[in-house]
Design a protein around this ligand. Structure first.
Ligand code: GCU
Length: 683
């Protein structure tokens, strides 16, 4: 059903069906100039399906005959007519995954040229995106290369079918401790990913339990099937591995990275995987983190651990992606000197230069854990001799769990545009993770997926925008959050201007709204323990997880300054360190992340901290109401099923935002004893 969300942004519907003339009429012929591999076949299938939907005609595919209004696809340098469509300058500027698109003004023929079949696939998706959003194809002269090399998705799927932090049903990859037989669903997911530019995926949770460890061995034949489906969409498959595999699978007594037997075990395991999947991507590793095994047990460090795996993968061209989410998760809340925010930097920065060149460190965007607001991780860019990728979380673990709308692209953009000042002004995070600042061999983006087996993939239909936006941003971090939102809305819902504008407003305001009724001034973790949904100011206050706000009757916040606090600020380059260190310059939205202040402290906004808390919570809940009201007006402009899905989630958000408002306001009124200036109801 068109409104159930399954087709997501690949609707391929006729744009402006009310107009008499279809601007794409006649584009019903595809010419495959040369080459026939699995990726080209996917590209042709996609183009056929897309053009048939968009033109309403029957599409034919042939070899070399040129007609008018044909779409011609092929690779350069094969003497197939592709080269003639492009200047030497254009074709030589195309990198392996890039493409060029050109319209011949006389014939109307559109040529998509690339250096590889992968580039052709991306070019096809680009053309379909233009047509799907009602763009002109008369004078196309496009040249595109991805900015980031690795554009990866991490599935946190377990083989029992559950998804860690999954908010959209069960896994599409596994059920009953087996790999799924429903390869169609995997293929449809691969199409979504490839269409937004994703080129890599780790198919199992970073927390690798006993059964998933066996993906490397016993389940390998089924992994091969998944790899084949993904390969056809130019997506490389990675596995999350269990560091203790030599013990758990191999029966060895140790997993010591410097032990010869252990190294041999990994070398053999890697060889077997590559024998089955020659283009296997490599391993994703969560080690010595949240009770997962790792090299620490043997008195070794992360470099020892990562390099052992890197050595096993190296002969096959594989890489190790080693996560930096390492901290003491058994902290005593009484201990005010240990600061979880410091942990990643303290653990990894001293190891710069020790990692092999096929190791990449995967660094979460912030120092804590995907909160609605955090500063940028100071580890990003701080290891000039080490490959790094940034890790985002598309899954809305702390941002409404896909029951609240929260378009995350504006948050990601802010992070990517953050100036670390590590190599002088302009050392932005996006330039660090694209590898250009330090000249890294490997670099890019990774993110935790937000999909499951719900028909609409993401639970909240509007959460699809995050998956789409992530891929597009990984391809090109310069794209604006607004442009990507408009693209997604138009491809998904059509071109009705009122609808597009309404949805755009909903998406673009959603992060700010969510932040305003949940987490004031950069304080994090005021959530219910374990599942992390809903307000609980002291939910983590006396826990072992290192996530505290220290609210008492006078004030709130964590002193992370170098002068009087944990010294976390010293992990930043001087400009940023000084900015965060001082109460005068620290931005309001991060104030409580860096400082402990009285409730009466006056913000740059002119309000006191306590009044800010009250105001934002009242306003936030009201604005959540506004989102639902705006959507109600769209009822007649949108498919009924799609309307309902979104309306139901927004209704829940409205209620739940009130719960947040009242819990947080009441807590702080009771703690501080300071009344709301406007005398509103607080309980
Ligand atoms: C968070 C999340 C865990 C996850 C962990 C990680 O802490 O709540 O479920 O395993 O991040 O990134 O490894």
């Amino acid at each position: 059903h068109p409104g159930d969300g399954y087709l997501a942004w690949l609707q391929y519907r006729r744009v402006t069906p009310e107009a008499n003339v279809n601007p794409y009429a006649g584009y019903e012929h595809i010419v495959v100039a040369e080459g026939d591999d699995v990726v080209i076949r996917s590209a042709v299938n996609e183009l056929t399906q897309g053009l048939e939907g968009i033109t309403g005609g029957k599409v034919s595919v042939s070899g070399k005959t040129m007609k008018t209004r044909s779409v011609i696809i092929g690779t350069f340098g094969t003497g197939s007519g592709i080269d003639e469509a492009f200047s030497e300058e254009v074709s030589s500027a195309i990198q392996p995954e890039g493409y060029a698109i050109h319209t011949d003004s006389l014939t109307g023929n559109i040529t998509i040229g690339a250096a590889t079949s992968q580039g052709i696939l991306y070019g096809v998706f680009h053309l379909l995106r233009i047509m799907g959003t009602g763009g002109s194809v008369h004078n196309l002269n496009i040249l595109e290369n991805p900015v980031n090399q690795l554009r990866m998705i991490n599935q946190w799927d377990n083989m029992d079918g559950s998804v860690e932090r999954g908010y959209a049903g069960e896994s599409i990859f596994y059920e009953n401790n087996r790999i799924t037989g429903n390869l169609q669903r995997i293929q449809d997911y691969a199409r979504l990913l490839a269409s937004s530019g994703i080129n890599a995926i780790a198919i199992n949770n970073v927390n690798v339990h006993r059964v998933e460890s066996r993906l490397l061995t016993e389940f390998l034949p089924d992994v091969v099937k998944l790899a084949a489906v993904l390969r056809a969409y130019a997506i490389k498959l990675f596995l999350s591995i269990n560091y203790a595999s030599p013990i758990e699978l191999g029966g060895l007594s140790s997993a010591d990275p410097l032990d010869a037997g252990v190294r041999e075990w990994w070398t053999a395991a890697a060889s077997e995987v590559y024998a089955a999947i020659p283009d296997f991507g490599g391993f994703l590793v969560k080690a010595d983190s949240e009770n997962r095994p790792g090299p620490f047990t043997y008195g070794r460090d992360h470099a020892d651990g990562a390099n052992m795996l890197a050595e096993a993968l190296k002969p096959h061209g594989g890489i190790v992606i080693w996560r930096c989410f390492v901290y003491n998760c058994k902290q005593d809340w009484r201990d005010r000197t240990t600061d979880r925010a410091r942990a990643a930097y303290d653990h990894f920065q001293p190891l710069d230069g020790r990692f092999m060149d096929n190791v990449i460190l995967q660094v979460k965007n912030g120092p804590i854990d995907f909160q609605v607001r955090e500063p940028v991780s100071p580890l990003l860019g701080a290891m000039p001799h080490t490959n790094q990728v940034i890790e985002f979380q598309i899954a809305q673990e702390y941002t409404g769990q896909q029951r609240h709308v929260c378009y995350l692209v504006p948050q990601w953009k802010e992070i990517l545009n953050f100036d670390t000042h590590l190599r002088g002004e302009g050392t932005t995070v996006k330039r660090i993770v694209d590898g250009s600042v330090h000249g890294n061999a490997y670099s890019g983006f990774a993110a935790v997926s937000n999909i499951g087996n719900d028909t609409n993939w993401t639970g909240h239909l509007l959460a699809q925008a995050n998956l789409f936006g992530y891929g597009r941003l990984a391809w090109n971090p310069e794209l604006s959050a607004e442009k990507m939102a408009v693209e997604w809305i138009t491809l998904t819902f059509g071109t009705n201007e009122l609808l597009v504008q309404t949805l755009l407003d909903i998406l673009m305001n959603s992060w700010e709204i969510y932040e305003s009724y949940t987490a004031p001034l950069g304080v994090g973790f005021m959530v219910n323990p374990d599942h992390h949904y809903g307000p609980n100011v002291d939910g983590y206050e006396y826990s072992m997880w290192g996530t505290y706000h220290f609210a008492d009757c006078y004030g709130i916040g964590v002193d992370r300054t170098s002068a009087t606090g944990t010294g976390y600020t010293s992990q930043y380059a001087r400009m940023n360190m000084e900015c965060y260190e001082s109460l005068e310059s620290c931005p309001d939205e991060l104030l409580l992340f860096f400082h402990h202040v009285p409730y009466t402290h006056v913000l740059h906004s002119g309000k006191t901290v306590i009044q800010h808390i009250y105001d934002t919570h009242f306003e936030g809940a009201e604005r959540a109401d506004g989102l639902a009201a705006a959507w109600k007006l769209m009822k007649e402009h949108v498919d009924e099923q799609a309307y309902r899905q979104v309306a139901d989630r927004l209704a829940e958000q409205v209620d739940h935002a009130k719960e947040w408002r009242d819990r947080i306001n009441t807590y702080f009124l009771r703690k501080s004893g300071i009344a709301d200036q406007w005398g509103r109801t607080i309980y």
